[in-house]
Design a protein around this ligand. Structure first.
Ligand SMILES: *Cc1c(COP(=O)(O)O)cnc(C)c1O
Length: 412
């Protein structure tokens, strides 16, 4: 039995998370299925950033570092993030970008395994992770190498010459999910460390870094955590590794006593060691609004709704767009993918451009992937129905063949 629009409205009426939608600024007439790439704006962020500009920066000036808690923001936001990903207070900092944090953590991991030479990574990972590791290996002068493996072969490549396994838990294109407990156990079984990239996990599904005994992790602030464009990222170091090894970006914030202004570097013995320098306070303030919403929502309910939205999308694609040339590129079972669904289509780029012009925003990843993200805090069931109907119309009328939809933009 295929779902009707009425069924979808009924589900929205029953949805325990429905109230959260009103906390986000969402433009009229747009169905936003790209929260996996840039989360929508919390209404609270608008006011908060304006307040920080006017009162904290404008009026309190430099005293804000103390009286408005600016200095402590990486920890305060880190402790909030910790609750979302199963870490303890003091194990996470919000700071810098995902790529920069990964650089610091991989260097630290290599420092902890000096007798080993391999960083094991996934060949089809989001490229920045691989590029960052390649840059690090080059800096370190040829003592280390990166071994790339496919997702399927990964577990067989975890051998006893591996210093650190660096994996993204949720694949950025397909949404496929690695079993964090299992892969962490396999890494530890051969004496390797593991570093998880949680960019498409944090805020999308339950994560338990502590229970899985992970060593390190990074994650993104501007995707499911709704922190705003360029929001700072987070990094996690398990308590047992604090003060045990070095990281290369030894700026003054990572010093044992930044305000002693000593000539020579001495690392902090806490997670502070992972800081580098002064942080973007306005962006931090915006991210705190996103985290605050996320912490009030039940992660189990988010996961259940995310799976239900994805399943509905998949079912409706089968029912309404079966002959249009789309091939599912995500795991077919909702339990094996995170909060997004991908289809390949030979004309994926033009079709996505046409969809966006018709008010349904997803994104395109070369060479042929169309990606649709479902963000349970603000995506409705009826949006999923309407999105598939729009796609059906575009395919039926061949709208996507208009030449302007094939012209490449800077950002896809
Ligand atoms: C989004 C994403 C990033 C982002 O990296 P930036 O340093 O913020 O540009 C990194 N890795 C993965 C897997 C991502 O999905």
């Amino acid at each position: 039995m295929t779902l009707s629009r009425q069924d979808m409205i009924a589900r929205d009426n029953d949805d325990a998370l429905a109230g959260f939608r009103d906390e986000f600024e969402l433009p009229e007439g747009v169905i936003y299925l790209d929260g996996n790439s840039l989360g929508a704006m919390p209404k609270a962020a608008k006011k908060r950033v304006a307040d920080v500009v006017a009162k904290e920066w404008g009026r309190d000036l430099i005293t804000s570092w103390n009286i408005n808690g600016w200095f402590d923001l990486p920890h305060r936001l880190g402790d909030q993030t910790a609750k979302l990903v199963g870490a303890q207070a003091g194990e996470i900092l919000v700071t810098d970008s995902t790529g920069i944090n990964l650089y610091k953590l991989l260097a630290m991991a290599l420092d902890l395994r000096p007798d080993r030479s391999v960083i094991l990574m996934e060949d089809s990972n989001f490229p920045t992770d691989n590029y960052i590791a390649q840059g690090l290996v080059q800096q370190l002068g040829g003592h280390f190498e990166i071994r790339f493996a496919s997702r399927e072969d990964m577990q067989d490549q975890i051998t006893d010459d591996v210093a650190v396994v660096a994996l993204t838990q949720v694949h950025y294109k397909t949404g496929a999910v690695f079993d964090m407990h299992d892969m962490t156990r396999r890494a530890h079984a051969v004496g390797a460390l593991i570093c998880w990239d949680l960019c498409h996990s944090a805020g999308a599904l339950p994560v338990d870094l502590g229970a899985s005994n992970a060593d390190f992790a990074v994650g993104c602030g501007y995707k499911y955590l709704n922190g705003g464009p360029g929001a700072p990222a987070f990094l996690y170091v398990a308590k047992r590794h604090h003060g045990q090894a070095g990281q290369p970006l030894t700026g003054w914030w990572s010093h044992a006593e930044p305000f002693a202004f000593e000539r020579d570097y001495r690392p902090a013995k806490t997670i502070n060691q992972m800081l580098s320098g002064t942080q973007p306070i306005l962006s931090m303030a915006a991210l705190e609004c996103g985290l605050d919403i996320m912490l009030r929502a039940d992660m189990r309910a988010i996961r259940d709704k995310s799976m239900a939205l994805g399943q509905a999308f998949q079912d409706l694609m089968t029912a309404h767009c079966a002959d249009a040339g789309f091939t599912l590129a995500s795991p077919s079972e909702a339990a094996h993918r995170a909060s997004q669904i991908a289809y390949t289509h030979p004309h994926g780029y033009a079709i996505m451009r046409a969809l966006i012009e018709h008010g349904v925003i997803g994104d395109f990843r070369a060479p042929d992937i169309m990606r649709f993200g479902f963000t349970p805090l603000y995506t409705r069931y009826v949006d999923v129905w309407d999105a598939v109907q729009t796609l059906k119309t575009i395919m039926g009328k061949n709208t996507w063949q208009e030449p302007r939809f094939s012209r490449r933009e800077n950002v896809t």
